[in-house]
Design a protein around this ligand. Sequence first.
Ligand code: G1P
Length: 298
Amino acid sequence: MVQRIRKAVFPVGGLGTRFLPATKAMPKEMLPVVDKPLIQYAVEEALAAGIEQIIFVTGRGKSSIEDHFDFSYELQDTLLKRGKLDALTVATEMVNRSGSVAYVRQQEPAGLGHAVWSARHLVGDEPFAILLADDLVMSKQPCIGQLVDVYNETGGNALAVMDVPREHTERYGVLDVGADDGRLAEVKGLVEKPAPSVAPSTLSVIGRYVLLPEVFDILASQEKGAGGEIQLTDAMARMVGSAPFHGLRFEGTRFDCGDKIGFLEATLAHALTRDDLGGDVQALIDGYASLSARRQAG
Ligand code: G1P
């Protein structure tokens, strides 16, 4: 019997330089897709997959994330007095049971591996999930839940992966693939951000992981990798062979919200699925499409 996945780590210490000036005084994880911050989508995904304990690895300037997952008495009082009960529900439903959310600070931006390592005492000696809020996944079953299922099936480590155009391998951790049944690909090796010419495949890691706690022992050596940072990918690569290790071609659509076009696409895709907005947003898109068709014709 495998140990149950109860804890999820959310590295939220990054600087968000690609979204300046919006992220100068506000965490990038608080950027809203339609009307909900990126980090809330990720936390809801984890809770929907049965995760019970949320661990944020934060940094300076990230306190609004803590406030977001807490009660706001002035706001609640005002909404209650005005009879805005629907808004009151929206403002309070993401508040988790006291003690189920923990925060630890990553004092220096030394890389994703360093961020995950900073959560070692809170995770302890059990397998755990990692979610990167920049990667927003729209799917029927929560993406991290799909990975938990793989872990329950195979044990060991499991990563969500997708095929990317070869010219994009420099943006991702990339798999060296062993046995592959089209859904699960055995991980034989991993390389962080390889040049297209040397990438072992085009099967790339997106920000969803289920890992064994042994990763902390490897991260403890604090070895620097690509970009001079302590890379999670390098630590994972060193776990290959010691336990089952799979990449799952997950069901769903992933939006790279660390990128402006990806973020805009996520916003449109989510708005289009909303009962209260979908029709109006579709009409907007149609309007812009016919405007650009007229411009091209004229
Ligand atoms: C990180 C990881 C990379 C992974 C990517 C997914 O990179 O280091 O292996 O493929 O997330 O989004 P980053 O996007 O932080 O540069």
